[in-house]
Design a protein around this ligand. Structure first.
Ligand SMILES: CC(C)(COP(=O)(O)OP(=O)(O)OC[C@H]1O[C@@H](n2cnc3c(N)ncnc32)[C@H](O)[C@@H]1OP(=O)(O)O)[C@@H](O)C(=O)NCCC(=O)NCCS
Length: 175
C-alpha cells in the first residue's frame, strides 16, 4: 500500500525485516521527534539507544500483528505511525493508532496527515470500523486529530496512568 502525501513524500507499510534493517534510521526519526521535552501519550525514548531498542521491540510486535507505516521523502524516513488491533475482546472491529511522529525538519507539510490517512485506509482494509488514539492533552498531536475529523471522547488525568504521567485525550474516528 502506498499513499502520496505531498509532492515527493510517499507513505507505505514497512515489513518486519525492513524495520530491523532500518532500525537506526527509524529510531533516529523517533528520537528527533520527541527530543526537547515534547509531550506524548507514549513512552518517549530518553536516549538514542532506547529508541533503537524500542524499534527492535516494534519489529517483534509486527510479527504479532502491529502495522508500521512510514513516510519517506526521497527514500529517507521522515515520519511514522503504528496501528494495532485494539486490546479488547469485545471490540474486534476497533484498532488503535499510536506513536505518530514526524522529524522536525519535515513538519507542517502534511506528513502526519498523510500517515494518518494511510493508517485509516490500512485499518479499513482489515475490517476495522473504529480507529482510536490517545494523545497528550497539551501535546501537538491533538491539533492533527482535531483537524482530521477525530472526535474527542475522553479525558484521562495523568494520575490514572502508571507509565507516562501526562494528561491524555482519547479520540475515536468512525471509518
Ligand atoms: C504532531 C506531529 C506528528 C505533526 O506532524 P506534521 O507532519 O507537522 O503535521 P501536519 O503537517 O500533517 O499537520 C496537520 C495539521 O495539524 C495542525 N498542526 C500540526 N502541528 C501543529 C502545531 N505544532 N501547532 C498547531 N497546529 C498544528 C495544523 O492544523 C496542520 O495543518 P496546517 O499546517 O495546514 O495548518 C509532529 O509535530 C510531531 O512529531 N510531534 C512530536 C510527537 C507528537 O507529539 N506526536 C503526537 C502523537 S502522540
Amino acid at each position: 500500500m502506498s499513499t502520496e502525501g505531498c509532492s515527493t513524500t510517499r507513505v507505505r507499510e514497512l515489513r518486519e525485516s525492513e524495520i530491523r534493517e532500518r532500525a537506526g534510521e527509524l529510531a533516529g526519526v523517533l528520537f528527533d521527534a520527541v527530543s526537547g521535552g515534547v509531550r506524548t501519550a507514549f513512552a518517549a525514548p530518553r536516549w538514542p539507544l532506547d529508541a533503537v531498542r524500542g524499534v527492535l521491540d516494534l519489529a517483534d510486535a509486527v510479527a504479532r500483528g502491529t502495522i508500521v507505516l512510514v513516510a519517506e521523502h526521497d527514500g529517507e524516513i521522515v515520519g511514522s505511525v503504528q496501528l494495532r488491533p485494539a486490546r479488547s475482546e469485545v471490540a474486534p472491529r476497533r484498532m488503535e493508532l499510536s506513536t505518530l511522529v514526524v522529524h522536525h525538519r519535515a513538519r507542517r507539510r502534511g506528513v502526519a496527515s498523510a500517515l494518518t490517512a494511510a493508517a485509516e485506509e490500512a485499518a479499513r482494509e482489515r475490517g476495522c470500523r473504529i480507529l482510536s488514539v490517545d494523545t497528550a492533552a497539551d501535546g501537538e498531536g491533538r491539533h492533527v486529530y482535531d483537524r482530521l475529523g477525530f472526535a474527542r471522547v475522553r479525558f484521562v488525568p495523568a494520575l490514572a496512568l502508571a507509565q507516562v504521567g501526562v494528561d491524555t485525550i482519547s479520540y475515536h474516528k468512525v471509518l
